[in-house]
Write a protein that binds this ligand. Structure first.
Ligand SMILES: [Zn+2]
Length: 681
């Protein structure tokens, strides 16, 4: 064992527990179980250093901090508590697929992806909030998984041997180990990978596993960095050889149109064929990390740059103003009345967090914030007890309708327990916790990296010195970020701050002394020798901006927030669903406005009203900022069967009277217009 493990209370205990785990890996599973049950998960660690890549893997620009190093504060902590008080902390109590009969608890119920999906969010949520009840909930599934590994090394329910759900469970185990140091995890992963290395030549990757292999590669790299077992690199090569060539596909991207059910032959059993899986939204969201992840093995510049090309192609042909690409649930073109699946939102975020770390590219952080502060909360109710399968930027009604989805069903934009299909129900929980856990990273040369901004505190070890950073901010609702940097003793190290592409004019002061203006779209580097309670003040400019979309429509933005016209909402309960319910939402006010602004102008006649940032800043009631813009109604723009017609080609004309309308953050408006036509002057 060459990795450092400072979390155990004494070296004697550390050695004892390793011995238990080491013995267990060579004895039958039943004996292993007996040993393993007596191991107690240690309390949450803090101050662990990041684990860097081991040769021959290429270096990453930044490394994630172990789960537990970052703690949410302020509005972010409130948001995680809302999740814990909502479905995030109670789903297992009200959804049979995660109940006592779950295959991941040894039962005969759902035994595929839903257990691991739920844990992929529950584990980081529990440890970020240091919530004993949630930890206990997660522990049941983890104990069953770790105590019931077969003698051959297979993990998970015996009723299927699909590699795909295990890919998710491996992600869970890496996080759980970072948070607890449970000594069962590393031997269990090692035995599983040995098993897979022997099995894959006979029973290769198929369908979901074939298209999502890059997520397993992350877990293999995680283990390799801790053990140095060369067999793991062999397994990486095998996965790459059997997995789908995402980088190759995007080198000459073929899917430039809305993908229809007919094209993928859905009615004739084409749903799991390569064409359907290559154009599937969630698969593409997961695929975005493929180039950077594989570049750690290949060292190839083409692999490193693949992520930028992939995002650019998706933006060009399927891009939406909430930062997503359309996928309802196959790629659906740039019309803002098309939807994006919630699983894709959280998987895209995870891909960005990983890719940002590997490459150190600030643009990936910009996109991450765009998704986290807009698309993610925009598709969940304010109390996080209900979610949509598909959200639309121009979403004028949430009701049972067949259109406009490419391949999804009529429930797709209802808010509920499991509208359309239950994958998102189990999977959405990873969104906020993993974002919170990614706010700070460590650079290859031991710099502290502010990768994304939200209120939190962070404890790690830099150059063998414990460092505590407190981030006080109401970002993204306000532009002020204050970092209190507290090393245990005076310490020279670089501080890297992400300056968003929209951040021209950002000012930085260190202990009150102004630094040179940083370059937008980069990580600005401050070489500093920090004493206790040093202070870094960052002021991001929050001038409203306008971006252009489908049919030359415009969206109004400020900082990392996208704004929408909030349409009056009438929530109509469709049915009770255990502890929650399914809802339709009907509009009570008009929405067909064109904005009186010139999309090409340098500055815009948009004014802002800022109010206090309270506990639910992504709700209509709690929205701490409103933008005001002049507009005229456009009577010809109407909805059909609950779907807004495609936004008319701009510029447009209107003889209706001029009004001033208020725009609120995208996520606060569950019925909304985000991409507007604009008026010819
Ligand atoms: Zn889903």
């Amino acid at each position: 064992m060459s990795f450092r493990h400072p979390i155990f209370s004494s070296r004697r205990r550390f050695v004892k527990e390793l011995t238990v785990a080491g013995l267990a890996s060579t004895v039958p599973a039943s004996v292993f179980s007996a040993f393993a049950r007596i191991v107690r998960a240690p309390s949450t660690p803090s101050g662990q250093p990041a684990v860097k890549n081991r040769a021959p893997l290429a270096r990453s620009a930044f490394y994630p901090l172990p789960l537990g190093a970052i703690r949410p504060a302020g509005w972010l902590q409130s948001q995680l508590k809302i999740q814990a008080d909502g479905l995030g902390g109670h789903l297992d109590e009200t959804w049979a697929d995660l109940g006592p009969n779950s295959g991941w608890l040894g039962g005969t119920g759902e035994s595929w992806e839903r257990g691991p999906y739920f844990l992929d969010g529950l584990v980081p949520l529990a440890y970020l909030l240091d919530d004993a009840k949630l930890k206990t909930k997660a522990q049941k599934y983890l104990d069953w998984t770790l105590n019931n590994q077969t003698t051959s090394g297979m993990l998970g329910p015996r009723s299927n041997d699909d590699w795909w759900p295990r890919i998710v469970m491996l992600k869970v185990l890496t996080q759980y180990h970072e948070a607890t140091g449970d000594p069962r995890v590393i031997p269990a992963m090692q035995r599983y990978f040995e098993h897979q290395l022997a099995e894959l030549p006979k029973r290769g990757l198929r369908d979901w596993g074939k298209f999502r292999w890059q997520d397993e590669a992350l877990s293999i790299i995680w283990l390799y960095n801790r053990t140095g077992n060369a067999k793991l690199l062999e397994l990486m090569q095998l996965l790459r050889a059997q997995g789908y060539d995402w980088v190759g596909e995007y080198a000459d991207f073929p899917y430039k149109e809305r993908i229809t059910a007919k094209r993928i032959k859905l009615a004739d059993g084409g749903g799991l064929k390569d064409l359907a899986l290559a154009t599937h939204g969630v698969n593409n969201g997961q695929a975005i990390k493929t180039g950077p992840v594989w570049s750690l093995v290949s060292g190839s510049e083409a692999d490193r740059s693949a992520v930028t090309r992939m995002i650019a192609e998706l933006d060009k042909y399927h891009g939406l103003p909430n930062g997503m690409f359309s996928c309802d649930e196959h790629l659906a073109g740039p019309n803002p009345s098309q939807g994006s699946e919630l699983c894709t939102v959280v998987e895209y975020m995870f891909s960005l967090e990983q890719s940002l770390g590997i490459l150190g590219d600030a643009a990936l952080g910009d996109r991450l914030e765009r998704l986290a502060f807009n698309a993610l909360p925009g598709t969940l109710t304010d109390d996080m007890w209900a979610h949509q399968y598909d959200q639309e930027p121009n979403q004028v009604e949430c009701s049972l309708h067949r259109e406009p989805w490419t391949t999804n069903g009529p429930e797709s934009n209802l808010f509920g327990l499991d509208p359309n299909f239950g994958c998102c129900t189990a999977n959405f929980h990873q969104g906020w916790p993993k974002f919170a856990a990614s706010l700070f990273m460590l650079s290859q040369d031991d710099g502290v990296v502010a990768a994304a901004y939200a209120p939190c505190e962070m404890r790690t070890t830099v150059r063998d010195t414990p460092v505590h950073v407190v981030e006080e901010t109401s970002y993204p609702f306000r532009g002020t970020v204050r970092l209190g940097v507290n090393p245990a003793s005076p310490l020279a190290f670089p501080l890297l701050l992400r300056i968003p592409a929209w951040g021209a004019g950002t000012s930085i002061k260190v202990n009150g002394t102004a630094k040179p203006l940083p370059t937008p779209g980069t990580f600005t580097r401050i070489e500093t020798t920090c004493m206790a309670r040093d202070r870094v003040d960052v002021e991001f400019p929050l001038e409203p901006r306008v971006s252009q979309w489908f049919h030359d429509s415009v969206a109004v933005e400020r900082g990392a927030l996208v704004f929408s016209l909030g349409i009056g909402e009438d929530w109509l309960k469709l049915r009770d669903r255990g502890m929650t319910a399914d809802w339709q939402v009907y509009p009570t006010t008009q929405w067909n406005y064109a904005l009186a602004l010139d999309a090409a102008a340098e500055s815009h006649q948009v004014t802002a009203t800022d109010t206090e940032v309270r506990e639910r800043p992504f709700s209509a009631k709690g929205a701490p900022v409103k933008l005001h813009v002049k507009a005229r109604k456009l009577p010809a723009w109407q909805a059909e069967d609950g779907v807004a017609a495609p936004v008319p080609q701009s510029p447009v004309t209107s003889d209706q009277p001029e009004e001033t309308i208020a725009l609120i953050p995208y996520a606060a408006a569950k019925l909304r217009i985000t991409a507007f036509p604009w008026l010819k002057t």
